[in-house]
Structure formats: C-alpha cells, structure tokens
Design a protein around this ligand. Structure first.
Ligand code: 5GP
Ligand code: ZN
Length: 108
C-alpha cells in the first residue's frame, strides 16, 4: 500500500520513534500520545484492520499480543497497561493499517 503511512514507517521511508523491530512486527511511539506511555505494534505486512484478518493471521495476531508484555515492561509498565485495537470506521479506526495500542502510566 504505497499511500499507507504505517507501511512507510515499516519501510523506513518516514521516521518514527521505534522501540522494537523483527522480521514481522514493528513497535513505535504514538505521535499523539494519549497516556505517558503510548506505543503501537504493527505487522510490517499491510493488513487493513482486524476485519480483514483471516485464519492464516492467527499466529501473527498472537505474536502481537504476546509482545505487549515484553515491551510494556521495558517501557516501565510492569504494574499493568491497557491495550486497544480500533477496528473499522465505526470502531474509531483512523489509520487503516492494523495496529495495537499499548497505553499506561509508569509506576512511581
Ligand atoms: P486509530 O484511531 O487508527 O486506532 O489510531 C491511529 C493512531 O496512530 C493515533 O493514535 C495517531 O496518533 C497515530 N498516528 C497517526 N499517524 C502517525 C504517524 O505518522 N506516526 C506515529 N508515530 N503515530 C501516528
Ligand atoms: Zn500499510
């Protein structure tokens, strides 16, 4: 998807504050944080939203969820955090490249 902002971030064509990267996933800080810690986990491969995932994406989706605890601890959220996946226009999704929000406040 040549006009997709998160594909451009995944390819390194536009900058982002990256906190994790492997062959399938990328995590970076949200540009408009809604909490003291707010980052996004995306698949590098373009997927529009949860609505367009298939059974073949189950392992990838599990990997995204599993990564939340590793990165949340690294970001100071060992006491807990919120996750969200806004899905579709009616679900408040603004960027149509699947992404998992992780939000929280580091413990004192
Ligand atoms: P959505 O409503 O689609 O779940 O949320 C999209 C999120 O992406 C928003 O929280 C927004 O701040 C974030 N975002 C949009 N464009 C960019 C960008 O270019 N860079 C980064 N780091 N975050 C972005
Ligand atoms: Zn994309």
């Amino acid at each position: 998807m040549s006009d997709c902002i998160f594909c451009k971030i995944a390819k390194g064509d536009i900058p982002a504050d990256k906190i994790y990267e492997d062959d399938e996933l990328l995590a970076f800080k949200d540009i408009r944080p809604a909490a003291p810690v707010h980052f996004l986990i995306i698949p590098k491969r373009h997927i529009d939203s949860l609505l367009t995932t298939t059974k073949e994406d189950e392992a990838l989706l599990g990997k995204m969820l599993g990564l939340t605890s590793v990165l949340a601890r690294q970001q100071g959220l060992a006491a807990g955090y919120k996750t969200a996946i806004n899905t579709g226009h009616a679900g408040g999704q603004e960027v149509f490249h699947l992404h998992l929000h992780v939000l929280g406040t580091p413990a004192q």
